[in-house]
Design a protein. Structure first.
Length: 256
């Protein structure tokens, strides 16, 4: 029996929620998207349709914990990230199932490697650098970013490992995160990314990692333009532009 046949027989919770201030919650208006998978025979993911209200709640939670999280020693934060990696190991099968659910042609071996790479990134955040163009790294080293709440946008079809590689060094250097995962039509569901990030956030102090799902026009735009974060570094992931719209452009570092 193929790995995809096996996963189709397993019960997998396909509704994912926002994670704000240390707990899972429904979006403000209680609206969820139905995201299709590559296999028409499988049920669809339900992902949050967040709005500006959700963004403001997440930023409030992140700003509240900023003084505490930034005062922790780097060693303590790195140790806490290692604990999140251990938590992902416990939930490794769940993450692999989520990958297989979205990709009809993905082998179990490939899914296992994708999850293992994401876990390893969280175990070794001190070895990572921001994915900015090579020529700009000397101008924008990670240590030069101001200590502040950091906004991060990911396209929903991002791979697990680049997501983990992006958040790990930011968290390790004392920056609470508000992460927006953008739903992209006719693409793999953002549910798998939100599941990964939610499991990481569960093991960190409330407000250190806040995760929102939604679209570029509603959630992404609200995150970028929030008055709570006028001086916050905005670091778009490869796959999103400065307006929070999915794209295939190269990653850039943008400071407001």
């Amino acid at each position: 029996m193929s790995s995809n046949a096996v996963v189709s027989e397993l019960k997998l919770e396909l509704t994912v929620h926002n994670f704000i201030g240390g707990r899972y919650s429904d979006p403000h208006k209680g609206v969820y998207y139905q995201c299709s998978t590559e296999s028409a025979a499988k049920d669809s993911w339900l992902v949050p349709r967040s709005c500006a209200h959700d963004v403001e709640r997440a930023l409030e939670a992140a700003n509240l914990v900023l003084p505490v999280w930034s005062e922790f020693s780097r060693e303590r934060r790195v140790a806490m990230l290692a604990n999140t990696a251990d938590h992902l190991m416990v939930n490794r099968e769940l993450l692999e199932r989520s990958e297989l659910w979205d990709f009809a042609t993905l082998s179990h071996t490939f899914a296992a490697r994708a999850v293992a790479s994401a876990i390893q990134a969280l175990k070794s955040p001190r070895d990572l650098v921001l994915a900015v163009p090579q020529a700009n790294r000397s101008l924008h080293p990670l240590s030069a970013l101001p200590s502040a709440v950091t906004k991060q946008l990911f396209s929903g079809d991002s791979a697990l490992m680049p997501v983990a590689r992006r958040i790990a060094p930011l968290l390790a250097t004392g920056r609470p995160l508000v992460v927006g995962v953008l739903h992209k039509p006719n693409a793999p569901s953002s549910g798998r990314i939100m599941r990964l990030l939610g499991l990481v956030a569960e093991q960190l102090p409330p407000g250190v990692l806040n995760v929102l799902g939604g679209t570029a026009t509603r959630m992404g735009s609200a995150l970028i333009h929030s008055k709570q974060a006028e001086t916050t570094p905005l670091i778009p992931m490869c796959g999103c532009n400065d307006a929070g719209e999915p794209t295939t452009g190269k990653p850039r570092l943008v400071l407001h």
